[in-house]
Design a protein around this ligand. Structure first.
Ligand code: KIV
Ligand code: NA
Length: 277
């Protein structure tokens, strides 16, 4: 397929065709996501939880993100790959934000970066965009502020809170973002933002009225049997099939059923005879 670009995503919004987006953290999954024709792959700092086993995203560093984003890019050269700016890589100053966003472009060859926050981050967004780097915004439930938000909780559920998110979206758009992600907010609020904005608005737990949808790949594939948020739909139960394969392997090794002859390398008869002498 052709390379997914910002004009292509804008065209999809204009034609009211849904944009498909999913997270990806490594090469094998990116290969499959590319094969499935997913438009956007987010190498999210959610890898802190899905890949590294932390209980949040705060410990994730730029170095970790770059290694993973580069692997995703190698697996999915034609998807629109977004590198997620980890905690403290953009909040300290617009200068640091530009330097770290630039690292994503230079070292991982991503198509875009994403960062969390609205009005408070507008200056950093403007500086990154001025450096020629596309930016996706992220509003609503912003996991890097979980402590300030009082936990992983849905946002924008009062009219006042909804207005703040709508104003944040307008500020991000004015600062030059190419798209905005809305996480865990009521569909009615996401609808207002989607209708007002000229750039594609993507939902993760923000309902059906947006220009596209995102899910975390480990959640939708059912990698874990632990809690998943309300907005997750499990399209597979990999947890069970992987566990079944591991159990079967263990059992076959222990009883000597693996490896079989077909898994072994042959040797010419005369060489075998010499070996026996
Ligand atoms: O890191 C991530 O995967 C994200 C999504 C949950 C929105 O930011
Ligand atoms: Na993230």
């Amino acid at each position: 397929r052709a390379k997914v670009t910002i004009p292509y995503l804008m065209e999809k919004k204009a034609k009211k065709e849904q944009i498909t987006m999913i997270t990806g953290y490594d090469y094998p999954m990116a290969l499959l996501e590319e094969k499935a024709g997913i438009d956007i792959i987010l190498c999210g700092d959610s890898l802190g939880m899905t890949v590294y086993g932390f209980d949040g995203t705060l410990p994730v560093t730029m170095d970790m993100m770059i290694v993973h984003a580069a692997a995703v890019k190698r697996g999915a050269p034609n998807a629109f790959v977004i590198g997620d700016m980890p905690f403290l890589s953009y909040q300290v100053s617009p200068q640091e934000a530009v330097r770290n966003a630039g690292r994503f472009m230079k070292e991982a060859n991503v198509d875009c970066i994403k960062l969390e926050g609205g009005i408070a981050m507008a200056e950093a967004v403007r500086a990154i965009v001025n450096a020629g780097i596309p930016v996706m915004g992220h509003l609503g439930l912003t996991p890097q502020s979980t402590s300030a938000l009082g936990g992983f909780k849905a946002q924008g559920r009062s009219a006042e809170a909804a207005y703040r998110i709508i104003e944040d979206a307008a500020a991000l758009e004015a600062a030059g973002v190419c798209s905005i992600l809305l996480e865990a907010i009521p569909p009615e609020v996401a609808k207002i933002i989607t209708e007002k904005s000229k750039v594609p608005i993507i939902s993760i737990g923000a309902g059906i009225h947006c220009d596209g949808q995102l899910l975390i790949v480990h959640d939708m594939l059912g990698f874990f049997d632990r809690f998943v948020p309300k907005f997750v739909k499990k399209y597979a139960n990999l947890n069970a099939s992987i566990l079944e394969a591991l159990n079967q392997y263990k059992e076959e090794v222990e009883k000597g059923a693996f490896p079989a002859k077909e898994h072994c390398y042959g040797m010419p008869e005369e060489e075998l005879n010499k070996l026996k002498d």
